[in-house]
Design a protein around this ligand. Structure first.
Ligand code: 2P0
Length: 347
């Protein structure tokens, strides 16, 4: 891989493409890889793509440039974020047979690195834009596999609404294993859900999810039991989605998420993403249920809490959450669209 340079003077452009993607929140979580290079997960996972916080990414080939240029919200990307984008571009170049460097401009509307799935929308948008700019014709399944190589959860953001990411198998060659792991849409009957998102801390997390997953797998005695129970959670979740049973969907999502956090708390040293304010929101969710509202919590690699409920209850749930944590911001999301190409030129 070539070394990177800060954003510099204008480089004459080649083909370009712009794509948009939305974050997703897992209702049955992905936590742990069996292959870090190929981003092959230990377990299947299932998520809802949101209709808020889109990421828009433009990739333009720069035939005369010696290095990739990457900006994030108008500023040159640095460190690990930049390294991951360039590694992803290397993969696309390898597959397309085009060695040209690229200029990548990303606009993220979601707080970056705060457990709000910015890498899911980010790499889904990058996969769609880079594939188009480099002339890789890919169907949605292939784009999902490709996005997975940037960030596991990005495989699910290629699809709208509910998506299941297959862990796949590792029996044969690396290429076969790679082919076996992708997301696909999950059809639901009569569900009208909302996710009320309590942003308690929009700052970057102390431990990256990649490092936290590794540590959990390597050291937590609770990891294997959780991974096994996740198989049952997925089966129960699929059945609940088929029935359009929001309460069952919520119950499975909440137990799966709390179980995932338990595996991390038992890691050595412990990984603890939940903050006191997270527990305050969990208390408000319990109170909502006591009051007869179907509200169920899920939490990812950060302190923020997402509350699944019926869309008709979202206003009341948002008010309860806001009352519980006056310092936080609260957003209401519904099921959103899959990643898509917005524009393409020069090809
Ligand atoms: C998920 N999370 O299923 C889980 C639940 C966080 C908790 O996927 O290493 O950014 O890039 O594959 O996808 C966050 O991890 O990790 C994540 P990598 P990713 O949504």
């Amino acid at each position: 891989m070539r070394t990177e340079q800060p954003a510099g003077p204008h480089v004459p452009g080649g083909p370009a493409a712009t794509a948009v993607a939305h974050p997703n929140i897992a209702l049955v979580k992905y936590w742990g890889k069996r292959d870090e290079e190929l981003f092959l997960p230990r377990t299947d996972s299932l998520s809802m793509t949101l209709d808020i916080f889109p990421t828009t990414t433009r990739v333009r080939l720069a035939p005369a440039a010696e290095h990739d240029r990457v900006t994030l919200n108008g500023r040159p990307a640095t460190g690990e974020a930049k390294r991951r984008v360039i590694a992803f571009l290397e993969l696309v170049r390898e597959r397309s047979g085009t060695a040209h460097r690229a200029v990548v401009d990303t606009e993220n509307t979601v707080p970056t690195g705060a457990g709000l799935a910015s890498s899911a929308s980010g790499f889904a948008a990058l996969a769609v834009a880079a594939a188009a700019a480099y002339g890789l014709e890919q169907d949605a399944t292939a784009l999902s596999r490709l996005a997975r190589r940037g960030s596991g959860s990005a495989s699910r953001s290629v699809f709208g609404a509910f998506a299941l990411w297959h862990a796949g198998h590792s029996g044969g060659t690396a290429a076969q294993a790679d082919l076996s792991s992708y997301a696909e849409p999950v059809h639901t009957a009569g569900l009208d859900p909302a996710l009320v998102i309590a942003v308690l801390d929009a700052g970057p997390k102390a431990v990256s999810s990649r490092e936290a997953m590794r540590r959990t797998l390597d050291t937590s005695p609770l990891y294997e039991p959780w991974a096994r129970s996740s198989t049952d959670d997925l089966a129960d979740m699929r059945a609940a989605l088929r029935r359009g049973d929001l309460d069952a969907v919520g119950e499975v999502a909440e137990r799966n998420a709390l179980g995932m956090h338990a595996t991390m708390l038992a890691a050595r040293p412990a990984v603890r993403y939940l903050a006191p304010a997270s527990l305050t929101v969990l208390d408000s969710v319990l109170q909502l249920r006591r009051d007869g509202i179907g509200a169920y919590a899920t939490m990812d690699a950060g302190p923020n809490v997402k509350v699944l409920c019926r869309r008709t209850d979202a206003g009341r749930v948002a008010a309860a959450v806001r009352g519980a944590v006056p310092g936080g911001s609260v957003h209401i999301a519904g099921p959103g669209p899959g990643a898509r190409l917005l524009a393409r030129d020069g090809r």
